[in-house]
Design a protein around this ligand. Sequence first.
Ligand SMILES: Nc1ncnc2c1ncn2[C@@H]1O[C@H](COP(=O)(O)OP(=O)(O)OP(=O)(O)O)[C@@H](O)[C@H]1O
Ligand SMILES: [Mg+2]
Length: 237
Amino acid sequence: MVETVLSVEGLNVSFGGVLAVDNVSFSLKRQELHCLIGPNGAGKSTFFKAISGVVRPSSGRVWINGYEATRLPAHRVARLGVGIKMQVPNLLEGLSVEENLWIAARCRHSAREAEDIVETLMNLTGIEKNRISLVSDLAHGHRQYVELASALATKPSILLLDEPAAGLSETEVDELSSILQQLKNQTAILVVEHNTRFVRMIAESVTVFHKGRILAVGSPDQVFQNESVKKVYLGSN
Ligand SMILES: Nc1ncnc2c1ncn2[C@@H]1O[C@H](COP(=O)(O)OP(=O)(O)OP(=O)(O)O)[C@@H](O)[C@H]1O
Ligand SMILES: [Mg+2]
């Protein structure tokens, strides 16, 4: 089995004159739970989008489970084993929780398998009680869980979560942390987050982005004590 599930080499993404991702190299191992942090506009979401085929890198290369995925469209990258929860809501508002998950699962599985996957994911995230609720009627915390379940519905080997704890209560953050710990033996997980408490709870290792570049990598304690990282967060760098 491939130990490194995601490998990125010298990735650049530019939007006109803005270099949103600047020469980033990164790798993620099987069963690793890694957090990506950094101030607003650092390039975290753009990095996720470039890995998952939502935006095209201007240069650099991406490998998923040993297959080159550079510049593949999003549906082909998903087939290589990437599940993504984007920063902006991405659910079918007029459909129920169950229907949303079923449609997500059917992208890669038979109808029979999709039914099993939907039940497992509703159990895992505790949203069975909202099974027939329309997504548009859900409270914010429940929506975040449906987003997470939806990203998991293809049974990805790499799960990318962009700000999954945004807007959650402290109790919900604790629940989410416990769900991610349970998922660790099934998939590698890369999480973009601003919530420091959550990052400290879940991350084995942390990468800090600043102005499109990697500023620091290490354990949560190492990066939060790093002087350059502190300066960036205080806005003086
Ligand atoms: N579609 C786009 N067109 C033009 N510029 C963009 C686009 N998407 C992002 N950018 C720019 O790229 C840079 C990185 O943005 P990105 O959204 O990746 O940051 P981020 O680290 O996710 O920030 P946040 O923590 O606020 O979500 C910013 O300067 C942003 O304005
Ligand atoms: Mg972002």
